[in-house]
Design a protein around this ligand. Structure first.
Ligand code: GLP
Length: 263
């Protein structure tokens, strides 16, 4: 995997946004895999700005979100569908009917995963998948011990994840402890993966993702087997990497090579 270490969370967002802008420019009909959480928000702001400046258009593209809370209807203010509408979709020129989020209110949650998989397939697969990461190394809601070949399905959340996400819920509000999430196998089929992480609290998970063994104990470590994954992280999230200087050296060499090739 390619590890890009930048000084600030804003630089992380800018670098990630540039990758999405390049993708949409070269293929306006791209299928984008999207994520929730606080980390991607600054990237979405960049894409909104690029759309409003008419640098990119989302008119022909479609999107698939990673996950949703089970038991929350799409219009529920804490649902990930609502989050995406508020934070991203309503600010860009996308057709809402081209945006997809797993259905947290599905009649039969046990078959909803297969239906979501079929829909992704019918759209030709995901061109570029955006990921955040949980402090325990989860991606989407694939908690530690998730099958590394898993597909979209119901997953039980760990107490650590429930506690981490409690900040989005008020004290008396119901907080789901189940989710429906793309599997690790689903994510691994995306043609390109972009994982963003910022802040000290993600440093351990990033170390395990990059340098730890390939293990379901850190679901993100499965990305070691992905052909085109870019980790974009800030200095704080990189602080526990043993070979940080080497990754920085590789990135400088890559940039120099690209510069030479463009002349
Ligand atoms: C949730 C989401 C993940 C996200 C994670 C980290 O659990 N299901 O997709 O990566 O939170 O969120 P944050 O970016 O807010 O730290």
């Amino acid at each position: 995997m390619k590890v890009v270490i930048l000084e600030t969370p804003q630089a992380v967002a800018n670098y990630g946004a540039a990758m999405f802008i390049r993708q949409l420019t070269s293929k306006p009909t791209s299928v984008l895999g999207l994520a929730t959480g606080s980390t991607p928000l600054a990237l979405y702001q960049q894409l909104i700005a690029a759309n409003q400046a008419e640098i990119i258009s989302f008119k022909q593209c479609s999107t698939f979100n990673l996950d949703e809370y089970l038991g929350l209807a799409p219009e529920h203010p804490q649902s990930y569908r609502h989050f995406m509408n508020e934070q991203f979709f309503q600010h860009i020129d996308i057709e809402l009917s081209n945006t997809h989020v797993p259905n947290g209110a599905a009649q039969n949650p046990l078959t909803a995963g297969d239906e979501y998989e079929a829909l992704i397939k019918a759209h030709g697969g995901i061109d570029i998948q955006l990921l955040g990461i949980g402090r325990n190394g989860h991606v989407g809601f694939n908690e530690p011990s998730s099958c590394l070949a898993s597909r979209t399905r119901v997953k039980t959340l760990t107490q650590a994840t429930i506690d981490d996400n409690a900040r989005f819920f008020s004290a008396e509000e119901y907080q789901p402890h189940l989710s429906i999430t793309m599997g690790i196998g689903t994510i691994m089929e995306a043609r390109n993966v972009v994982l963003l992480a910022t802040g000290e609290s993600k440093a351990e998970a990033i170390q395990a993702t990059v340098e730890g063994p390939l293990s379901a104990s850190c679901p993100a470590s499965a990305l070691q087997m992905h052909l085109s994954t870019t980790l974009i992280i800030d200095d704080a999230a990189a602080s526990k990497l043993k070979d940080k200087a080497f990754y920085q050296h590789i990135e400088r060499e890559n940039q120099a090579l690209l510069k030479r090739l463009s002349h």
